[in-house]
Design a protein around this ligand. Structure first.
Ligand code: SF4
Ligand code: SF4
Length: 402
C-alpha cells in the first residue's frame, strides 16, 4: 500500500494563491491592538522569508522549477530553520485554511527528494536511527535501562506504554514517573519492549520519509503482535506521529492512541484517580505543539488542551496561572522540526522567550507534557539561571496520587 503522506504537489493551489498578506507573522493581528509574535523563526531571523509566507513561496518556486543551484544553501536554511510549530496556521486559516505544517513537511520531503536536504545534523540522526533505532546514537539494548526495579508489568495487558527515545535515553525521570504512576493507579500495562523503535518523528519532520515509513510499519506490527489495544504516550511527539502520521502510512492501526493526560483525565472523570497529596505551588502550563496545534488544526480535530489543565486543577494546593500565549495560540518551546539539532541558537532563544513569559505569571513551576519540550525549556532555565522549576505533569500526578 502506498503511503498517503502529503506531497508538495498536493498543495499546488495553496502555494500559488497565498496572498502574501503576512497574516502568518503575528498572533491575531486583526483583533489585538498590539503586535504579539507567533512565529519563532520569523522573530529570530527578521526577514519575511523566515515566516510561513517565505516557506510557501519557496515551495511554489520549487514546483515551478525556479530555483537556481547557487541559491540552494540559503533556501535550505529557510526550509529548515522552523520548528514546525504551526502557529502560522491559525493566522492563515482566517483567510485560506492552509495547513502550513503539512506544507512545510512536504517542502522538506521535496528538498530531500531533489538532494537539497536535509541539514547535515539531520543526516546524522537518521544514520543513528538506521543503526541503533534511536536518533541519539545510544545502544539499542540500553533502551530500558531506566526501568525501576520492581515495576509491575503484565505481558498480557491490553494497555501498552510507548516510551519514546527522548524519555528512554535523555529524560529518564519522565519514563520512571510514568511507570510509577501507572503502577500506583493499579493499571495493568506492558511495555512495547525490545522491539520498540524510534517513532520516526524526527525523520518525518525533516523530510526523511523512507526510513520513517519502515519504522511506522515495524512499530505497528510489534504492538499488534503483543495484543495491545490501547497505547499510552507521555511524549507529545510520539503521540502526534502515531495519531496523525501512522494512519497515513499503514491505514487503520488496530489499536487506540492516547496521550497519558487524556488517559488519566478519563480516570479522573470516572472517579478512579484519587489525587490527594497537596502540592502547594503556583504553576503555569506550556502546551506542546505536537499535542495541541498539530492535532487541533489538522483535519479539524481537537488538540489535547483541556486534559492537562483538568488534571492540574484536580491536584489539591495547585494554583494554575496561565501565560498570555496558550492553547492554540501557544508560543512554541523551539525544539521541534529538527531545530534543536540543526539550529541550536534558534531553539534556545525561543525557549528563553517562553521562560520569560512563564516567569511573568509569578509561577514557581513551569509544567508541560513532553520530554522534548522539557529538554529545551530546561536548557533555557539553566542558560538564564531563571528562578523557576520545571516538572512534567506526570511527575506532579505521581507525587499527588493517593
Ligand atoms: S497568512 Fe497565509 S495567505 Fe497570508 S501570507 Fe501567510 S501563508 Fe500566505
Ligand atoms: S511553523 Fe512556527 S516557526 Fe514555522 S513558519 Fe509557522 S509559525 Fe513560524
Amino acid at each position: 500500500m502506498a503511503d498517503k503522506l502529503e506531497k508538495l504537489e498536493d498543495f499546488r493551489e495553496d502555494l500559488i494563491t497565498c496572498g502574501h498578506c503576512m497574516g502568518c507573522n503575528v498572533f491575531n493581528w486583526w483583533t489585538l491592538d498590539k503586535w504579539v509574535d507567533c512565529c519563532p523563526s520569523g522573530k529570530k531571523f527578521g526577514f519575511i522569508s523566515y515566516f510561513a509566507v517565505g516557506r510557501v513561496e519557496l515551495g511554489r518556486a520549487l514546483l515551478e522549477e525556479e530555483i537556481e543551484p547557487q541559491d540552494i544553501e540559503v533556501l535550505k536554511k529557510i526550509a529548515y530553520a522552523c520548528p514546525t510549530c504551526g502557529a502560522c496556521i491559525l493566522q492563515c486559516k482566517e483567510f485560506k485554511e492552509m495547513d502550513n505544517i503539512a506544507i512545510i513537511e512536504a517542502l522538506r520531503a521535496k528538498m530531500v527528494e531533489l538532494g537539497y536536504g536535509p541539514m547535515p545534523e539531520h543526516t546524522k540522526f537518521a544514520q543513528a536511527v538506521d543503526t541503533v533505532n534511536n536518533p541519539y546514537g545510544e545502544p539499542h539494548e540500553k533502551r530500558f535501562d531506566w526501568l525501576p526495579e520492581g515495576t509491575n508489568l503484565d505481558k498480557d495487558a491490553e494497555i501498552g506504554y510507548f516510551v519514546g527515545c527522548t524519555s528512554a535515553y535523555r529524560e529518564q525521570e519522565l519514563a520512571k514517573a510514568t511507570v510509577k504512576l501507572l503502577n500506583k493507579a493499579n493499571i495493568n500495562f506492558q511495555l512495547i519492549g525490545s522491539d520498540e523503535y524510534c517513532c520516526g518523528s524526527p525523520l518525518l519532520r525533516t523530510g526523511i520519509r523512507d526510513k520513517a515509513i519502515e519504522l511506522a510499519k515495524h512499530n505497528v506490527e510489534t504492538i499488534k503482535k503483543k495484543g495491545i489495544k490501547k497505547v499510552i504516550f507521555s511524549c507529545a511527539g510520539c503521540y502526534r506521529t502515531f495519531k496523525e502520521d501512522y494512519p497515513k502510512i499503514v491505514g487503520d492501526l488496530g489499536f487506540e492512541v492516547i496521550h497519558v493526560t487524556q488517559f488519566f483525565e478519563q480516570m479522573l472523570k470516572e472517579g478512579l484517580l484519587k489525587l490527594k497529596k497537596p502540592i502547594n505551588k503556583i504553576i503555569t502550563y506550556h502546551d506542546p505543539c505536537h499535542m495541541g496545534r498539530h492535532i487541533h488544526l489538522t483535519k479539524k480535530k481537537i488538540g489535547v488542551f483541556d486534559a492537562p489543565r483538568n488534571l492540574l486543577k484536580a491536584i489539591p494546593g495547585i494554583e494554575l496561572k496561565e501565560m498570555v500565549r496558550i492553547r492554540e495560540n501557544a508560543w512554541c518551546c523551539g525544539a521541534g522540526g529538527g531545530v534543536k539539532a540543526a539550529f541550536k541558537d534558534l531553539a534556545l532563544t525561543t525557549a528563553i522567550d517562553r521562560i520569560e513569559e512563564a516567569l511573568s505569571t509569578g509561577a514557581e513551576i513551569l509544567v508541560s507534557a513532553c520530554p522534548f519540550c522539557r529538554r529545551n525549556l530546561m536548557d533555557a532555565i539553566n542558560a538564564k539561571n531563571a528562578s523557576i522549576d520545571f516538572k512534567d505533569i506526570v511527575e506532579l500526578l505521581e507525587e499527588s496520587i493517593d
